[in-house]
Design a protein around this ligand. Structure first.
Ligand code: MTE
Ligand code: MO
Length: 230
């Protein structure tokens, strides 16, 4: 399969994702059919139901002007023209996804509290696609144990344990509080999760890589806890 997912194949993929999301009364065809040879045990282990972290009503959201925007670049990063997300590593179907393609996937939203190790916390609703749905399209291989996230912000990156990455409350988020993600908060796409501390949630995302090895992270390599759970 080509690196660039064609629109037709992508739509088949989106259909496969919604089938996998729980409606499996349809015949297994196309992209989903191609995935039937997955290692079933591995699939069960990584996409098994997880305990859900507490969510808050959208009315609990912090006024946005009071929600810090934090990035390591000296100035707010410039969103590259023709931005796209690369999904690769040890996967059967490496992909390059545009923002429109991501928006066509089944989406979800959650309102949760953000915890930064520097001592602040704030609440927002985040909108996007479950990383586990993107993983189902990419088809991680049995040796995968980690997921690495890279950004266009001065090389900021993080790597996660596969279980946290596949948690149903771990999103590739393109929206916040009902509108598009602002550049300050990581546009066009960031990781957002109810189960991790702020520094694990890479903004300005460019790459998601499914890997056998732990590749550390920007803050993790300077002493912050690598797991970084909430
Ligand atoms: N690319 C990138 N992602 C990043 C950071 C960063 O500097 N660059 N900072 C992290 C930290 S420490 C926190 S607390 C959150 C902040 O997210 P916010 O700016 O939306 O509040 O982003 C995380 N993701
Ligand atoms: Mo942070």
């Amino acid at each position: 399969m080509s690196k660039l997912l064609t629109r037709r194949k992508f739509i088949a993929g989106a259909a496969a994702a919604s089938l996998l999301a729980g409606c499996d009364s349809h015949p297994i065809t196309g992209f989903l059919g191609a995935m039937k040879d997955w290692n079933q045990g591995f699939e069960g282990a990584i996409f098994s139901p997880a305990r859900m972290a507490p969510e808050l009503p959208p009315s609990a959201a912090t006024p946005e002007a009071a929600f810090p925007a934090y990035f390591i670049s000296d100035e707010m990063p410039d969103v590259p023209d023709n931005w796209s997300l690369t999904v690769g590593g040890l996967v059967d179907h490496p992909m390059t996804l545009t923002l429109d393609q991501l928006r066509e996937l089944p989406g979800t939203a959650m309102c949760v509290r953000h915890h930064c190790v520097e001592g602040w916390s704030a609440v927002a609703a985040w909108h996007g696609v479950r990383l586990s749905d993107v993983a189902k399209l990419a088809g991680p291989r049995a040796g995968v144990r980690y997921v690495e996230f890279k950004s266009f912000d001065e090389g900021y990156w993080s790597s996660w344990d596969l279980g946290s990455a596949m948690h149903p409350q771990t999103l590739l988020a393109y929206g916040m509080n009902g509108h598009d993600l602002a550049v300050g908060h990581g546009a066009p796409l960031r990781v957002y999760s109810a189960v991790k501390l702020g520094y694990k949630m890479v903004k300005y995302l460019t790459e998601v890589n499914f890997l056998a090895a732990n590749t550390g992270g920007y803050w993790e390599n300077q002493g912050y806890d690598w797991f970084g759970g909430v």
